[in-house]
Design a protein around this ligand. Structure first.
Ligand SMILES: [Zn+2]
Length: 93
């Protein structure tokens, strides 16, 4: 897994039990990072884990907007051909 910020930076990814209860934490700025909760990620199916990883990565691209982060994650899963449903029903009006 990797994540590139909107500025083209490779974002370090840390497996960090201290973020337990938050799924993950995406810190933007000059020293961006992603901390993910290993307890949460070990309890969910792989595709769900990919979604949440991409959601946290999305914050490096779209900022703090949770809906945009969800859409970024779904688009990237679709582009990775890991999301086998039609997206026409969840596109913006
Ligand atoms: Zn979020």
């Amino acid at each position: 897994m990797y994540c590139t910020s909107r500025f083209g930076q490779q974002v370090p990814i840390w497996i960090d039990p201290s973020v337990h209860g938050m799924i993950g934490l995406s810190t933007t700025g000059p020293n961006p990072s992603i901390q993910i909760d290993p307890i949460f990620f070990n309890q969910i199916p792989p595709l769900t884990a990919q979604f949440w990883f991409l959601h946290e990565c999305a914050h490096q691209v779209v900022g703090g907007d949770e809906t945009e982060a969800d859409c970024f994650a779904v688009r990237n899963l679709r582009n990775l051909e890991r999301f086998d449903i039609s997206l026409r029903h969840i596109q913006r009006p």
